[in-house]
Design a protein around this ligand. Structure first.
Ligand SMILES: [Zn+2]
Length: 113
């Protein structure tokens, strides 16, 4: 999401929370919107699939967004288990967020190129 479109802007988030031993250094920090950061909390992963296997969340420092997600219309779809855990836990497709993406798409402001 373009930072300019966020009321609260972005904030720096620990990818692996300090609670789980994550360090406060650039390799473990990412710029996050407030909503994603609040939804993530101190989580480092979630469970997916019928076997409820634990998978870690997407790490923007070591992975490409397009490996794990695709944009279909204004909905972020997962392509992998990591993507699925991240989409669900961070609530990427809550109705208001999809609507926000739709509006930004209509004015050419999403996705960022
Ligand atoms: Zn976000």
């Amino acid at each position: 999401m373009p930072e300019a479109e966020l009321l609260a802007g972005c904030e720096v988030d620990h990818i692996i929370s300090r609670k789980h031993g994550g360090l406060t250094d650039s390799a473990n920090l990412a710029l996050s919107c407030e909503r994603c950061n609040r939804a993530k909390g101190t989580d480092v992963g979630s469970v997916v699939g019928p076997e409820q296997a634990f998978v870690r969340l997407f790490n923007p420092r070591i992975e490409e967004w397009s490996e794990h997600f695709q944009l279909t219309g204004a909905t972020v779809e997962s392509k992998t288990d990591i993507g699925e855990a991240t989409v669900r836990l961070l609530r990427f497709n809550s109705p208001d967020r999809v609507l926000q993406r739709q509006v930004l798409q209509q004015v050419g402001a999403y996705p960022i190129r």
